[in-house]
Design a protein around this ligand. Structure first.
Ligand SMILES: [Zn+2]
Ligand SMILES: [Zn+2]
Length: 220
């Protein structure tokens, strides 16, 4: 009987938590929290401890776990799976384990124009953070179409994005939003976040910091 009930449940909700296997859950909040092991923020310029002696003007980057083991697998599932709800749970778990000054809005790194993905995983994480923190998500960035994706791939290796890699959608800005936090799924060199921060700052917004579920610490 239990088997039939479980089968029925699985037909209704054909998903299971990737950590505990519970049917009907794309990822339990408690399970995701268990995977996170937050430490203090890092300097967005060099990814070493924040505050940083070398980069006194840099903002802090907050993250939930090192990009390895189950945390890395969760990111992989979010990127290549089809369940955006997992990203929302990730954002909620991240909010519960970090403490930072609240911005007026959360700005996700946009999905690249040519991405085949069904949803923007960074936006899902931002939505989860938003639910817990009561701070709105502001989708005001997009990749600049004039920049060829190959130039971006090359620039990741150089850890500096080409000038103007992002553009600001001015009509999405709101008068009462002055401070923002940038959200991404994984931070590797900080180049993407720094590129986004430059564009936001040019638009008159103050970037208080950035947050990602994991930190990979690629080569600078
Ligand atoms: Zn679970
Ligand atoms: Zn630094």
């Amino acid at each position: 009987m239990a088997g039939i009930a479980s089968l029925f449940w699985h037909v209704l909700f054909p998903v299971a938590c990737p950590i505990c296997g519970r049917a009907g859950s794309t990822g339990c909040l408690g399970c995701i929290k268990g995977v996170l092991s937050p430490s203090g923020p890092v300097c967005i310029e060099c990814l070493n401890c924040y505050p940083c002696d070398r980069h006194t003007l840099a903002f802090p980057h907050y993250f939930g776990a090192a990009h390895k083991g189950p945390a890395r697998q969760l990111i992989h599932l979010l990127k290549y799976g089809h369940h955006g709800a997992l990203g929302i749970s990730m954002g909620r778990a991240l909010a519960a384990c970090l403490s930072f000054p609240l911005p007026d809005a959360l700005v996700p790194i946009p999905l690249h124009n040519e991405s085949p993905r069904f949803f923007n995983q960074s936006e899902k994480i931002a939505q989860g953070l938003s639910l817990e923190l009561g701070v709105p998500v502001m989708n005001c960035l997009s990749w600049n179409v004039r920049i060829h994706p190959r130039a971006l791939t090359k620039s990741y290796a150089r850890s500096k994005l080409p000038e103007g890699a992002f553009k600001l959608d001015e009509c999405k800005l709101k008068a009462d939003i002055r401070t923002v936090m940038i959200c991404d799924d994984v931070c590797t060199t900080g180049a993407t976040i720094l590129g986004a921060a430059e564009t936001l700052a040019k638009g008159g917004l103050q970037v208080l910091g950035s947050a990602s579920l994991t930190l990979a610490k690629g080569k600078k």
